[in-house]
Design a protein around this ligand. Sequence first.
Ligand code: GTR
Length: 361
Amino acid sequence: MLMEKLEARHLPQMMILDNGHAVRTPDDWRIRRRELIDLLSREEYGYTPEAPERVTGAIRPAPDQEMNRAFAGKAVQQTIDLSFDTPGGVFSFPVILCVPRSAAKAPVFVYIAFRRDFPDRYLPVEEILDHGFAIAAFCYEDVTADSACMNRLAALYPRDEKTGWGKIGMWAFAASRVLDYLETRDDIDLTRACVSGHSRLGKTALWCGAQDERFSMVISNDSGCCGAALSRGKIGETVARINAVFPYWFCGNHLKWSGREGEMPFDQHMLLALTAPRRLYVCSAEEDSWADPESEFLSCLAASEAWQLHRLAGLVTPDALPVPGSPLLDGGVCYHLRTGAHFHSRTDWGYHMACRERFRI
Ligand code: GTR
């Protein structure tokens, strides 16, 4: 039943190299991976510039109860201004880092946040700390505005009109710079770094994790159109609609695909597959028809080939559409459908953490 649903989407081939040969081995996948990143860069998100040589962090002074005794003394919380060189000069943006005292080195969530609030309605900080995870959160608009205005980071790089990065690419780049900084600390377990975001920032987390293999896990929450969901056959938001309202999230080339999903040389299962063989976790909400849970789920199924190539299970699912309350946590691709609306809820976080604890990632 699921395979028939997937076949009806008529997806472009993911496991054929540009030279026409089939992708059969993990070595072939290394080549295909580069081709897919190039394809998605050229046609969807734009090309990401080179990473800077180094990222430095300046910890802002704060009273002890905010810094060393945060959350009843469970954690060390710091606001840190990260800085790095760009072609247009030094760029800085603030990150809040909160590390539980419970472990010498804590696994971390790099969280791309809508707001500077900490905790935030999407980010239950104390619960996350109680599970032993650190959080490094930044507000996406501190990187560049969520509008056509090419300010802050956007103003510092030359940008090609057709293939230059859109805002999703810039926010994703910033999440990788957070990891660069975390590499300079000794209280973070870098083998267990996860990038996560909700909705447009779920799209961002996927594109970040696709490119940056230092993340051992990637979480997309309700990311929908041009995120986890297949564009072909999608209900709710479409490529034409997202391009009309948010053209600046993408590169210029993406505009030409409005209303032409069937002709696109790519679809979103390719984005998901770029996390392989690391752990991917896609979350949907039952009432979020704008994002389209079924298209997110089928995308996970289509992406699974990339894990299978590595002799790993991809999405492990019965041959039926998912139901709320039955998370699928047995494969390299994890998925859950939650009841309720578009939101990054404690229910989602509970499953994310259960998955990380189960696999020690
Ligand atoms: C909507 C947009 C979606 C989704 C959402 C969000 O307006 O159409 O693609 O990303 O915003 O970010 O909350």
